[in-house]
Structures are given as C-alpha cells and as structure tokens.
Ligand binder design. Structure first.
Ligand code: UD1
Length: 347
C-alpha cells in the first residue's frame, strides 16, 4: 500500500475540464494509460456521470471527479483551492453546437470565453504553467488552398461557436506572451469520430445529433429513419462534402503528446498550435461506403439540399504535427467506423 501511495504521488496530475464529454473521456483514458493522474472537472451539462464507469472499466482507475462549472469565477476558484497539485490542464469544457450558437450567441461567449479566462487566471495564481486547448479546424473557414497547414490564414468565423475558438486561441496567445511562465498549445481538431475499441466509452449526443456519424449510427440502429446527405452538387469528385475524419483515440493521444511536450519543456514557443487530423479528405458518400463495408450494415440514406453554413471541403496537412509532436493518426477509417457502430450497439 505504501509503495502504491508513493507511485500515485509520483504521478503528474492533469486537470481534464470537460472530461466526461466525448473527446475528454477518451483523453482521460489515454492519460491514465500513460501514467498520469487525472482530475476531471465537468458541469455534466452535456455528459453523464456514468462515463466515469467506462473510464474505470478500461483503465482500472477511477479518475477523480468534481462537478463544477468553470465558467463561474467563484466555482472555478474554489475548485483550484481544492486541487492545489495540478501540473497541467487540458481544457475541453465548452459548448459546441453550431446551430445553437447562432441562436444564442451570448450563451456561447459567456460559457466558452469565461471558462478559459477563469482557468488562465487560476493558472497564474496557482503557478500551473501548462495548458492544452481544444480548438477546431473551424478557425480556417473554407480555405482557399487545400490541405490546410498551420500557416493557412484563419478566416472570419461562420458561427459564434467558431468565433469562440478563434477568440480563445487569441486570448491564450496574448496571455502567455505577457506571462512567459505560462505555456499553451492549441490543438485544431478536424472531425473526431469513432469510439474506444472496448465500446465502454463513445459519443453520447443528447437529442437529435447534428453531426454525421452519430446520426448515421442512430439511423442504422433504427432510431432515425434515414440519413440525409446534405448536398451532392459540390465541386468534389462525388459531389458530397469532404472532411478529415480522425479517430477519437488517435486524437486523444495527440493530447497526451502535447502535455508531455509542455511538461518536458520541449515546446519551441510559449504558444503553439497544431492541426490534428489524418491528412486525408473523405466525402460523405465515402463514409457511407466505408461504414457499409466494415460493418456489413446498410445505411438508409437520401440526398437532400445543402446545409446552410457547410463548407465544401477541408482536410489537414499534418506534416508539422507529425514532425514536431512526433504524433500521427494511426487508425483506419474502416476500423474507426466499426468502433462507432460497436459503441452504438451498446446504447
Ligand atoms: C461541425 C461544425 C464544426 C465543429 C464540428 C464539431 C459546422 C458548419 N461545423 O463540423 O465547426 O467543430 O461540427 O464536431 O456545423 N452531414 C450530412 N448529414 C448529416 C450530418 C452531416 O450529410 O445528417 C454532412 C455535412 O454536410 C458535412 C459532414 O457530413 O459535410 C460532416 O458534418 P458534421 O459531422 O456536422 O461536421 P462539420 O459540419 O464538418
């Protein structure tokens, strides 16, 4: 027991805000698998406490959990007083529905921006130097040139949600410049999909899903009658939109690598940002094909009109993140879609 306590004490403690969410829970698993001690802070507004059972089922370790809304200053301050031994933070906790953000921008600005500011203030006050931020390829808009590299210019956001990602990136850049004892890495995710291969955790959308894969798997499960493919008249080989779909476990591992880079002082600047994708563009119709091939299930679908606000195509140039982070997406699209289906079947 004494030895075990010592082992736990030696582990570096990482705060995962939003750690019961989709990407946060997969990241908590990979952090624990890599010897980190995880504390999850989440207000459970868009996730379930049972996710902790899934994390424990995979890793054998139940992460510490605190139900807290970090966008509220007093709750955030109390949280950091309770946990005074955090060495690094991965900040996922945020609202993420594009349509909702258009209808209720204040909710998005309040929630997403206040929580980041509160966290940065806590980092200063409690001498926590390291932050990894959950950003998005949405900051590139519809790029003029594909694939997008980290030097592709950001464009004006298409939605308040997207704007919060750009603003948060800027806040981190400015704060670490003024306070060089702090360091930040923003990871710009492309389209995260799939579930843990154990099927113990995965995406748990509340209500009707907006995103392609949960809608697709719910359709195949009979919860929805048909998948609508939004447009087949785009300027792409098969006419449907193209995205860079990244396996959520590969994405989770990019966070572990980013945390290690900060903790080991291997970052080259106090603020860095990386594309986290596969480097391959895949169309909506190719997703359906790959799903059918890997699962043997038919996807009932119909082509409908374009969805407002959709961009035609985007995919990452990942050479900078591959080289600098020493990280690469490894899982195939087929196995990723199979994992999404296996997860759906457990629900
Ligand atoms: C969306 C957000 C993006 C956010 C991401 C979070 C927009 C414009 N962008 O990305 O900012 O970071 O979610 O996960 O909303 N599709 C269908 N039928 C469906 C659902 C989707 O054909 O029922 C198509 C879409 O037209 C798109 C692709 O599938 O081409 C992926 O859509 P989705 O999963 O919603 O992700 P994005 O729109 O790329």
């Amino acid at each position: 027991m004494k030895q075990r306590n010592q082992e736990i004490e030696m582990k570096k403690r990482v705060l995962v805000s939003g750690g019961t969410g989709y990407i946060g829970s997969h990241t908590a698993v990979e952090l624990q698998n890599n010897g980190f001690d995880v504390v999850i802070a989440d207000n459970l507004s868009n996730s379930k406490i049972e996710v902790l059972d899934g994390i424990e089922g995979i890793t054998g370790i139940r992460p510490l959990f605190d139900k807290v809304d970090l966008s509220r200053k007093n709750e955030c301050d109390e949280f950091f007083k309770r946990y005074d031994d955090i060495e690094a933070i991965i900040h996922f906790a945020a609202s993420k529905a594009v349509g909702e953000s258009v209808e209720n921008p204040l909710l998005y600005y309040r929630n997403n921006i206040n929580s980041l500011i509160n966290i940065l203030e806590a980092m200063k006050e409690h001498n926590i130097p390291n932050l990894v931020f959950s950003s998005s390829c949405t900051v590139y808009g519809q790029p003029n040139k594909l694939p997008v590299t980290e030097s592709t210019p950001r464009k004006e956001a298409e939605s308040p949600y997207g704007n919060t990602k750009s603003i948060c990136e800027d806040i981190i850049r400015d704060v670490v410049k003024a306070h060089p004892e702090l360091k930040g890495i923003a990871l710009r995710y492309f389209n995260p999909i799939g579930a843990h291969p154990s099927s113990k955790i995965g995406e748990l959308p509340l209500g009707v899903p907006n995103n392609l894969i949960p809608f697709l798997t719910q359709t195949v499960a009979g919860i929805r009658s048909e998948l609508s493919v939004f447009g087949n008249d785009y300027n792409t080989p098969d006419g449907s939109c193209i995205r860079d779909y990244i396996n959520v476990v590969d994405l989770a591992n990019a966070h572990v690598v980013a945390i290690e880079r900060l903790l080991q002082d291997r970052n080259k600047n106090n603020y860095e940002y990386f594309n986290v994708g596969t480097g391959s563009g895949v169309s909506v119709l190719e997703i359906i094909e790959s799903f059918e091939r890997s699962t043997g299930e038919k996807v009932p679908h119909k082509i409908v009109g374009r969805r407002a606000g959709d961009i035609e195509q985007i995919y990452a140039d990942t050479s900078f993140s591959n080289q600098e982070l020493g990280w690469k997406a490894e899982k195939s699209l087929d196995e990723t879609l199979l994992s999404a289906w296996n997860w759906q079947k457990t629900l």
